[in-house]
Design a protein around this ligand. Structure first.
Ligand SMILES: [Zn+2]
Length: 119
């Protein structure tokens, strides 16, 4: 399976856990966040993970993609637990993950064929 397939599988698994998971959703992070708050409340989902069409090319061209996330409550601890679920599921699917464990930073999913560069 190529990296894009692994990301798709990761998003499908997040849906099974009760999250709203959208790939290449909306035009940019701001619009996507705004739209998803409504969907999460309506479906009473645990939270949402997504990346916007701005990031869509990243996985295909660069081998990585930055995934934003948020919780139903919007509280910091709840947001962070969504990030941990995403990290765990992505690792289970064979992706590499780079994330600093805060709700401010998006979770970077990296193709298993790409080395993570460290600054
Ligand atoms: Zn936008």
């Amino acid at each position: 399976m190529d990296a894009h397939g692994l990301v798709r599988k990761t998003f499908a698994d997040m849906r099974k856990l009760g999250y709203i998971a959208r790939m290449a959703f909306s035009c940019c992070r701001n619009c996507a966040s705004y739209e998803l708050v409504g969907v999460v409340k309506e479906k009473q989902a645990l939270g949402a993970v997504f990346y916007s069409t701005q990031s869509k090319d990243d996985m295909r061209n660069c081998g990585d993609v930055y995934v934003c996330f948020g919780s139903y409550s919007g509280e910091d601890n709840a947001d962070i637990s969504v990030g941990y679920d995403l990290t765990r599921v992505a690792l289970e699917n064979g992706l590499q993950v780079e994330w600093n464990g805060t709700s401010i930073e998006a979770v970077r999913l990296v193709s298993p064929n790409k080395e993570i560069e460290r600054e």
